[in-house]
Design a protein around this ligand. Sequence first.
Ligand code: SF4
Ligand code: SF4
Length: 396
Amino acid sequence: MKPSKVSLVQVKDYQQEHLNSGLKKGLNLLGGIQHIINPHSRVFVKINHLSPPSPPEKAIVTHPSFTREVLGILKSLSCHITVGDDIQYKGKDRFHTSGYQKICDEMEVELINLKEAGFRKIKCNGKHLKSIYISPPILESDHVINLPKLKTHSFTIFTGAVKNMYGVIPYGLRLQYHKQFSLPSEFSEMLVDIYSCVPPCLSIMDGINSMEGEGPSSGNPRKTNVILISEDGVALDAVASQIVGLDPISVYSTQDAHQRGVGVGDLKKIQILGEEISRIKTRDFKHSAVAVGIIQRRIPQILHSFIQNQLTFIPEVIPKKCTSCMECIDICPTAAAQIVNGKAWIEQNKCIHCMCCHEVCQFHAIKLKNQPMGLLIRKASHWKQKISRLLRFQRD
Ligand code: SF4
Ligand code: SF4
């Protein structure tokens, strides 16, 4: 497999001039955008939006100012551009709160909620999926550009370029897959199936204000001040996860995509251009459910499902924070989340621990509770990491 290239550029903030020079520098390191995107071509730009809509400062969505600068670069090539994601929303919000409506209006580019354009069935020669449904604006484009946000994920540990392409399939199917692929490893393999069916020609990651803790929506913004660009989204994820202190191969989607040859997940085979990774690396970045992915692969196969079960977080509603907005009820794939006495409530024996309810609750009314054995394992893992960091520090 030939080495993949990832450009790494430090960017201070979302000010237009900083973004513009950072993006141009990163693209030039890869040989320039004109070598990747044909002038006058039809380009679909896949943002990471998530529902319910949220303001950019929460670091849930790809920052609209970041996307605006990417659109400016594409416009300089006279591309016909469509920006979109598949989102659920109530009322009139759609893409307003996130700032996307405003920037797309200003840039005079089409902004679509994929469900409004419908979906078409295509073949998928994946490990799990034999067909998938994709929206026509994506299928009819000449190029797909992927704009993921650097975030932790309470189910898959990390979300980046591969996971961002999950949003190209219909919402109902996403719920079904959460139910069908209830282990993070299987779920991540299914993500690779989708990514390989709709491979973006370019991934540009917003890692300026990232999310740590309980991502992808209930974590905390964390400045990481970096833009990553690559034609290989798997390589980009490998570098991004290393920046936030995760072993790239501990991210199941990176491991699986690398093994299948969908992309390069081995840092030794990735050429990093621009900044050195050691200068960008963020110490003490808080991960989510780190043990679920990392410990699981170090134990014998026979114990996997037991440990997996113990490490699973139990979602619980905090009644005084719950506004009964119904978002968790609507998204729950198994109807485990219900409204009881005017507040959300989770029927635990129906719950498959997909964390979708936690992801959509903008009021932080769903906490993730450790199971007793899971707590012990996590504490042991936490102390092991602290001790090895200390030993490394003494050695250095
Ligand atoms: S738990 Fe959160 S998402 Fe669910 S109804 Fe309450 S406020 Fe809404
Ligand atoms: S209650 Fe939450 S974690 Fe459990 S199945 Fe429903 S959405 Fe998933």
